[in-house]
Design a protein around this ligand. Structure first.
Ligand code: ATP
Ligand code: MG
Length: 397
């Protein structure tokens, strides 16, 4: 029975002069993600985005998609009606009865009526509409009282019915569905995310998407020690693509670098130098992609490479700013978020990260920059890097 979806956006409202740009990007992102399901029209009206849909549209599917689009604060399924109070009243009752029926069907063993009370909340953006909001509340409320068994409860109603008189149509709806908020992907520019197969880096990537960054994924892989294929990494990217649309993934072969490092670097420093090289290679990808920085899943002191000293020495190798959004989060908080964004179940599948293969029994925890730079001078990796990065092509997942 629903004919429209009304979308309220999040922080875009703070954006003053840039607002049309943010709105345009959000509309495009929405259009792109729902094009397979199909819709009739999408447009902007008075600080909201409205999608017109066919009555037989798969609401569950479209709900799952909209819940994952950064920039959407909340949305509603609504019916539209002409701006005529008699028609609005009839439609409101029809909608309430339908909802009560649906709820009853869902709670099969509980035969009692769950929806016993209601409240009408009228809004009037069309100031020329002849009834003011309190009058609509009173008149429609009365009609609902006469034509259903429901009672009014203005404080804690089981059902809150919004009657939104816009400039073109009137929308009637209830049940707010929460989105993830934040800003539309793409409004901040691009970032290269260093994606391992672990729990943390997918969560970090999600957090930066939510702040408007379009993420380009880079994964370093040693094919010899990890011959399980790229399925796990691609699946992680696929899950993250629910939030930003199709994503580019670069899988960079790492074994040649690893051989050089193992041959020339004492084991306690290998991890640090390995991660410095990762940033240099990721920097070459960032240049290709015109990205403005990096994302990592670092969390302070979680593992040996994440002590303050080591983070300082590792990040020093990057030519662009690094954003580690999990830096102050506890492992459990990160896990909770991984579960919520549905990357957790993939992240915990077995996978030998080329990085963990390098871990020494007693890794350095207080690296010194000059010492590390000196050891790095022995490495002959520039040509390898140049060749690999020139040849590499991203996959679109
Ligand atoms: P994660 O759970 O994200 O793997 P972690 O706690 O295991 O993180 P490390 O293995 O030290 O920590 O890695 C720290 C960060 O370095 C990762 O979050 C990721 O951004 C990056 N990283 C590590 N290994 C790789 C890899 N093979 N490819 C790309 N990035 C990597
Ligand atoms: Mg890891």
């Amino acid at each position: 029975m629903y004919t429209s979806i009304i979308i309220h956006y999040d922080e875009i409202t703070l954006k003053g002069g840039n607002r049309p740009f943010f709105e345009r990007v959000l509309m495009n992102n929405i259009r792109e993600s729902i094009k397979e399901i199909g819709y009739n029209k999408i447009y902007k009206e008075g600080g909201k985005i409205i999608i017109e849909i066919d009555e037989d549209t798969d609401l569950e599917k479209i709900k799952e998609i909209l819940k994952n689009i950064p920039g959407i604060s909340n949305f509603y399924f609504a019916v539209s009606e002409e701006k005529d109070l008699d028609k609005i009243n009839k439609k409101t009752v029809e909608l309430i009865l339908r909802q009560a029926q649906d709820d009853k069907r869902q709670a099969q063993d509980d035969r009692s009526d769950k929806i016993k009370t209601f409240k009408i909340e009228a809004r009037r953006s069309d100031k020329k509409f002849k009834f003011k909001s309190p009058e609509i509340n009173a008149k429609t409320g009365e009609y609902v009282l006469e034509n259903t068994k429901l009672k009014v409860d203005v404080h804690q109603p089981d059902l809150e019915v919004v009657i939104d008189v816009g400039n073109k149509d009137c929308f009637i709806y209830f049940k707010k569905i929460k989105g993830i908020g934040g800003l539309p992907v793409g409004t901040a520019g691009k970032l290269v995310s260093l994606l391992s197969g672990g729990i943390d880096s997918p969560v970090a990537s999600f957090m930066m998407m939510k702040r408007g960054a379009k993420i380009i994924f880079v994964h370093f892989k040693n094919k010899t020690i990890n011959n399980t294929g790229d399925g796990k990494i691609k699946n992680l990217v696929k899950k993250l693509s629910h939030f930003q649309g199709r994503s580019k993934l670069y899988i960079i072969p790492f074994e040649e670098f690893q051989k050089e490092i193992i041959a020339k670097i004492p084991s306690k420093n290998r991890m640090i130098i390995y991660r410095r090289i990762m940033f240099k290679l990721a920097g070459m990808i960032a240049k290709k992609e015109n990205a403005k920085g990096f994302v990592t899943g670092d969390s302070l002191s979680q593992v040996a490479s994440q002590t303050l000293e080591n983070i300082g020495v590792i990040y020093h190798s990057a030519n662009l700013p690094i954003f580690p959004p999990l830096i102050g989060m506890n492992k459990q908080e990160i896990i909770d978020l991984a579960v919520r964004i549905k990357t957790y179940e993939t992240s915990i599948l077995p996978y030998q990260d080329c990085c963990s293969f390098l871990i020494a029994k007693h890794p350095e925890t207080k690296a010194k920059l000059d010492e590390i730079i000196k050891q790095e001078e022995n490495l002959e990796i520039d040509e390898i890097a140049e060749r690999i990065i020139t040849e590499i092509k991203p996959e679109v997942v």
